[in-house]
Design a protein. Structure first.
Length: 356
């Protein structure tokens, strides 16, 4: 990318108020001129860039000037659910893969209109839509500006993982320096100092996350997670409940029941597994599931999970810590599936896995 020298000039029309301010503050002119000079010396072999700096330092001006055709502030959402707002030429499988890849992994939320999603879900939905577009490069302004900072950091890490699984290039534009360590960019342009720094080819390590798991006697904590479960809001009170915390904030839930197997007497089965939307996409579900599985196996119990969540099936199938015991569809898939039949295993691929 060549050097840039951008002059931004504003001159309001003559008015009584303009004349009053010019006179009151002894301004030399009613014309306001700003100049932004710098160099973003990027090569072709990159995927994630970051333009960061305080408000008023030229981030948006520079991004619009250099990446005009890729610049995005917002998408139009007018569908009754976000599924129908995705590009019309993409299949349902394409869309759900994109949703899952960015950590927007709660099917009930896919059926909601964009306007009622949380800010964190909106951020991930926007990224999924960009990934599904035919554009090879996209630039997001005001990146993470409207979300809680911990949510922003977790979301940034999930997003960079998603981008690196594609051939696309992504540039975040933000005033928040705290996302840099989580976004793991290949280059950073700091508009406070107008300096460029390349991290291309360097090893990238995610910041440490404080992750804790504890058993809870409070079965009512399920209410916090129920609406995010992809099939059912119910919960069996006989199940043992475990909760995961990320940086001291509740993030995940897993419960385990005894499985009355006709031949095996020591089988335990996952009853519910849910990660809150703001913490999806960074592997917390897998860590939680494996840890609890190990806990039961240490007491000579066998540990099983049955799921129809595509992202979880994919993850467990490629893991050497799990054995696939069943992979099937109970009925042929219907093209007119409804919320009613989503609540059973009918018309969906289900898979069972046992912990090694």
């Amino acid at each position: 990318m060549p050097s840039f020298d951008i002059v931004k000039r504003s001159q309001p029309k003559k008015s009584f108020r303009v004349a009053a301010i010019v006179g009151k503050f002894d301004l030399q002119s009613d014309a306001i001129e700003e100049r932004f000079v710098g160099n973003i010396d990027i090569n072709e072999n990159w995927q994630i860039g970051l333009i960061v700096g305080k408000s008023g330092t030229g981030k948006t001006t520079i991004a619009k000037q250099l990446f005009e055709n890729a610049y995005i502030t917002s998408f139009e959402y007018d569908g009754e659910c976000v599924l129908d707002d995705m590009p019309k030429d993409k299949s349902v499988d394409d869309i759900t893969k994109a949703f899952n890849s960015v950590g927007f992994s709660s099917p009930p939320s896919w059926l909601k209109p964009y306007s009622v999603l949380s800010n964190g879900e909106k951020m991930r939905c926007d990224l999924a839509r960009a990934i599904l577009s035919d554009t090879d490069l996209f630039v997001f302004d005001e990146f993470t500006s409207v979300v809680d900072r911990q949510v922003a950091q977790i979301g940034s890490f999930a997003m960079q993982k998603a981008i690196r699984k594609t051939q696309k290039k992504f540039i975040a534009v933000t005033c928040h320096f705290d996302v840099e360590d989580w976004l793991l960019p290949d280059w950073v342009f700091n508009t406070d100092t107008m300096t460029f720094q390349s991290f291309e080819g360097q090893k990238k390590n995610r910041p440490e996350i404080k992750f804790e798991i504890y058993q809870s006697a409070d079965k009512g904590i399920w209410k916090m997670f129920a609406k995010y479960h992809y099939l059912s809001h119910s919960h069996n009170n006989a199940a043992n409940v475990y909760v995961a915390l990320v940086n001291d904030q509740i993030a995940g839930f897993i419960s385990v029941l005894h499985f009355p197997h006709p031949k095996v007497k020591n089988m335990k089965k996952v009853h519910r597994l849910v990660i809150l939307p703001d913490y999806q996409g960074i592997g917390i579900g897998g860590v939680l599931l494996n840890h609890i599985g190990d806990v039961y196996m240490k007491t000579k119990q066998r540990f099983n999970i049955t799921t129809s969540a595509p992202s979880l099936i994919y993850s467990l199938k490629k893991s050497n810590k799990w054995i696939t015991t069943r992979l099937s569809r109970t009925k042929s898939q219907s093209t007119s599936s409804t919320l009613g039949n989503m609540r059973t295993s009918e018309n969906r691929i289900t898979a069972s896995f046992e912990k090694r």
